[in-house]
Design a protein around this ligand. Structure first.
Ligand SMILES: Nc1nc2c(ncn2[C@@H]2O[C@H](COP(=O)(O)OP(=O)(O)OP(=O)(O)O)[C@@H](O)[C@H]2O)c(=O)[nH]1
Ligand SMILES: [Mg+2]
Length: 181
């Protein structure tokens, strides 16, 4: 069994915890705490009552691969632990809330942060595509196209396209592995 570490990143409220909960084959370890109201993140998600405050974990078994998914806390006040979560990562999924373009910049900052410190192949998951005001793939490409990585439209909550997301990530990791051989 080969163990691979995957990090799930993305801005506050993008759906990291929901994705890990939805795709993990074992009961995930979650680190959610009541939102303290610190900072101004509440203004974007007035109904959100909890936030992730530490590393979260879930596991998927695919053939002889064990994918260990580590979720990060989205709020930048916890960014001091991002660096340690990134150590040894073989691939990343960076999430955005497709209905909140004003927060996408925060995901971009995370991408730059992790690629500088712990580079590995990554893909972008445009989440919450079940909502009527979700931006289209074309609009998301305008913002994230420069990264030149796959962008997958998903709904973590409804488990739409999440298997495709994992498949794409594994393909990217294989592709990258071949290039670096
Ligand atoms: N409609 C819809 N809502 C979603 C989806 N994914 C997540 N949500 C909701 O978005 C809110 C935030 O989701 P979380 O999974 O807590 O987001 P997070 O990225 O872990 O947030 P932090 O840990 O606080 O950074 C919750 O109310 C979720 O139910 C989705 O695919 N569709
Ligand atoms: Mg979370």
């Amino acid at each position: 069994m080969a163990n691979l570490k995957i990090v799930v990143g993305g801005h506050f409220g993008a759906g990291k915890t929901t994705l890990i909960k939805g795709i993990s084959h074992v009961r995930p370890v979650l680190t959610e705490a009541k939102l303290s109201g610190l900072g101004d993140d509440k203004e974007y998600y007035p109904n959100k009552t909890t936030t992730t405050v530490g590393a979260e974990w879930g596991k998927l078994s695919i053939g002889n691969l064990a994918l260990h998914m580590f979720g990060i806390p989205g709020q930048s006040r916890f960014s001091f632990i991002w660096d340690s979560i990134g150590v040894g990562t073989k691939g990343y999924i960076f999430l955005i809330d497709s209905t909140k373009p004003e927060l996408w910049e925060d995901t971009m900052e995370q991408i730059d942060f992790f690629m500088e410190r712990h580079p590995a192949p990554f893909i972008i998951a445009a989440n919450k595509q079940d909502l009527p005001d979700a931006k289209s793939l074309d609009e998301i490409k305008k913002a994230f196209g420069d990264y030149n990585v796959p962008i997958i439209l998903i709904s973590a909550l409804k488990n739409i396209n999440t298997q495709e997301l994992i498949k794409k990530l594994l393909e990217e990791m294989v592709k990258h592995g071949k290039q670096t051989k």
